[in-house]
Design a binder for this molecule. Sequence first.
Ligand code: A5P
Length: 231
Amino acid sequence: MTENWKEEEKKKAAVEASRLVRNGQVVGLGTGSTAAYMVEELGRRVREEKLSIVGIPTSIATGNHAARLGIPLATLSDHPELDIAIDGADQVDPNLNLIKGMGGALTREKIVDSAAKTFVVIVDEGKLTKRLGLGQVVPVEVVPFAVPSVTRRLTALGGKPRLRIDKATGNPYLTDNGNSILDVDFGAIDDPKLLEKQVKMIPGVLENGLFVGLARYVYVGYRDRVELIKG
Ligand code: A5P
């Protein structure tokens, strides 16, 4: 029952945020179970309301989903700047800073979400936290060659890195970009902006799941309502 409520909360937030999308816009399409509801809703609007948009997906999975629903797709070569991007998150703090990447798409998500004039986050209430990192690892995408040295450097920064394993195969997880993910437990993070930069500077790190200062709006789904938090 609890799980059904959570799905309802995700869907409520996703559908409400999808209303921001207007005819003619270039739309960043996020990844994950909450973003999937937004893709479904935009697909419905394309079919039923003849909404005319172009989507730029943040993962191969989202691209396939959107294509199945008839949403026209494009790339950053066509549109290096987007009107809006809508994406989920794993944690949201009171300053609208985020941890993302449990679905493994953090690099493309950060590229697309940060290229949008307006970046909108959709979450269920369980994603809200007072401090990032409390009970939540930070995913870090790493070139496989560099996993040992990056592991050492992340440990020196105070983290506890763990190589993500693909549950289906038992092998190291690989991103859409062919890289590994280290899930790093930093505990409660004092300064997300500083940590984002420190991790980013480690040779072999492609990207990390700290999204600081990017989100403009967060739509939070509750059982009976959606709340909008503005940055
Ligand atoms: C994908 O890599 C992630 O950043 C997701 O956006 C995030 O994990 C949220 O996913 P859910 O909506 O499935 O919780």
